[in-house]
Design a binder for this molecule. Structure first.
Ligand SMILES: [Fe+2]
Length: 515
């Protein structure tokens, strides 16, 4: 829970309907060096507790008109769970004292009281407050540390945002919230993760000018609203949720403006760049959010902003790597007059087939990249052999057959390629009966991704022109696929799908269109 962490405070709130008692207590405690505020009734006291405050102790009378001390303690615990209540009672029957303790009173003093009794009660209570707040602080810090550790290990933007949303609600003890990303052009916020929101508010874009999250993003300022009715200008921006108290915090990163030429020695101005806004509503138990809650949410938001930026940088770096590898694959095709567009077509056929066979999206992405790179090993095969029209000599054929392993060796050092990508490159010429190359893998050693790529590659090799022959007719392609299917070379399910796509003419579309 988001407990208040101001362990050094020495503010005391006194509540009594009798002015004499209020004045006496104020004198005693002020003389002892405490900050003292006095309230004349329960309502007045609650108002003071609801405003940002550092109260450590709440001294309250029990018998008061309208709201008695026990009721006040009950409500005060919702608002400031860490404040320590002490009751003052003039007719201390055991029963009222017990009722007060049941509601959370830490101690009681009897009227009329002596100076030393008050001092003792205050000292005891403060000692306890320090223990509670030290423990709470330690617990909060440990939890926050765990959160920041976990945040740093998540490398997927969607998962990261979901985790941050959950952790934030957990830490501040709230049931409902949303995390909204600033759109690229900075004109609106888009819902990225949410919990407990009504359906109609869930999937939407919000313009900056007409929402509280937008206000937070534009002003780059956190908000902790204890009662929205006290802020009419914000209430106008409020959505249909009827929460009175909520928090809204920007996720932002420092960016350093580029220096202008000529600005010698002038410190570069720093500017905050808002990436997202996190909103938290509906505190468990119904009370308002405190400054302590805001502090915790802000810490989570800071860690989240750093992690979000890192994830995006890594993604950008990875895309740059992928583009480089793809350019390499394309440049390679230029070496071989007859394989122009081969990698892209094979990628398109394989991804489409994988989609139709219901493979998970993670596999589709593996196939998309693996297929694009499957022939990069041809970099190690001489142009003369690749473009040879006549029948290949044995030694030349061996050269060709080395390309899957060369491709594998070239790509192993590329950090972000997984074993699954590499398997596609290495094994795309394997056959189910073990007659393929380079490793002679049998059916059980080839997963569905490899099997799909093998069929897609075979199909494109047959349907496009080669140095030694023009593209084959549809009839011959179908016969050849049937042969491979029935003789344990290619996967029957995948071949059947291709046959169906060839016969329906659908496959032609994917020769030039990426699925
Ligand atoms: Fe190949």
């Amino acid at each position: 829970m988001g407990e208040k962490m101001s362990g050094d405070s020495n503010s005391i709130l006194i509540v009594d309907d009798e002015a004499v008692i209020r004045d006496l207590m104020t004198d005693i405690l002020t003389n002892e060096g405490y900050e003292v505020e006095a309230a004349r009734n329960g309502k007045d006291a609650l108002n003071r507790l609801q405003k940002p405050n550092d109260f450590v102790l709440l001294f309250t009378d029990i018998m008061m008109p309208e709201m008695d001390g026990i009721q006040l303690i009950r409500e005060a615990r919702q608002v400031t769970p860490n404040v320590i209540p002490i009751v003052m009672t003039g007719y201390a029957t055991l029963e009222t004292a017990r009722a007060a303790v049941k509601e959370g009173a830490y101690d009681y003093v009897l009227k009329p009281f002596s100076l030393s009794e008050i001092k003792l009660a205050v000292n005891n209570a403060l000692e306890r407050y320090r223990l509670v707040s030290d423990n709470a602080r330690l617990r909060d810090l440990t939890e926050l540390f765990k959160i920041s550790e976990t945040i740093a290990t998540i490398h997927n933007e969607g998962k990261l945002l979901d985790f941050v949303m959950r952790a934030a609600l957990d830490r501040v003890g709230a049931d409902r919230g949303s995390l909204m990303l600033l759109s690229e052009d900075g004109s609106e916020l888009e819902m990225a993760s949410s919990r407990g929101l009504p359906e109609d508010l869930n999937q939407k874009q919000v313009p900056l000018e007409s929402s509280i999250s937008g206000w937070v993003a534009m002003h780059s300022l956190p908000l902790c609203i204890q009662n929205i009715e006290d802020s009419p200008e914000l209430a106008l921006l409020s959505n249909k949720l009827d929460d009175k108290s909520f928090m809204s915090v920007p996720l932002e990163r420092n960016i350093i403006m580029e220096t202008q030429q000529g600005s010698f020695g002038i410190e570069q101005p720093k500017r905050q760049r808002v990436l997202a806004v996190i909103n938290v509503n509906e505190k468990k138990g119904g009370g308002p959010f405190t400054e302590g809650d805001l502090k915790i949410l802000s810490i989570v938001a800071n860690h989240a902003a750093i992690a979000l930026e890192n994830v995006r940088l890594i993604d950008a770096l990875q895309s740059a790597h992928i583009s480089t590898l793809q350019s390499m694959a394309l440049a390679l095709e230029a070496k071989d007059n007859y394989t122009h567009g081969h990698s892209e077509r094979v990628r398109n056929y394989a991804v489409m087939a994988a989609q139709k066979l219901g493979l998970p999206s993670k596999d589709l992405e593996t196939i998309r990249l693996g297929a694009m790179l499957h022939d990069v090993g041809k970099i190690g095969v001489s142009d003369a052999v690749l473009n040879k029209v006549e029948k290949l000599e044995d030694e030349e054929w061996e050269q060709i057959k080395a390309h899957p392993v060369i491709g594998y060796d070239v790509l192993v050092p590329v950090g972000f390629l997984t074993e699954d990508h590499l398997a596609l490159v290495r094994s795309h010429h394997e056959r189910l009966d073990g007659s393929g190359y380079p490793d002679g893998l049998v059916a059980e050693e080839q997963d569905m991704r490899v099997r799909i790529l093998a069929v897609a590659d075979t199909y494109d090799a047959m349907s496009s022109d080669r140095a030694y022959r023009p593209g084959l007719s549809q009839k011959i392609i179908l016969e050849e696929l049937q042969y491979c299917r029935n003789n344990g070379k290619l996967d029957p399910i995948v071949v059947d799908l291709f046959i169906q796509l060839i016969e329906s003419g659908e496959i032609e579309f994917f020769a030039t269109n990426e699925p």
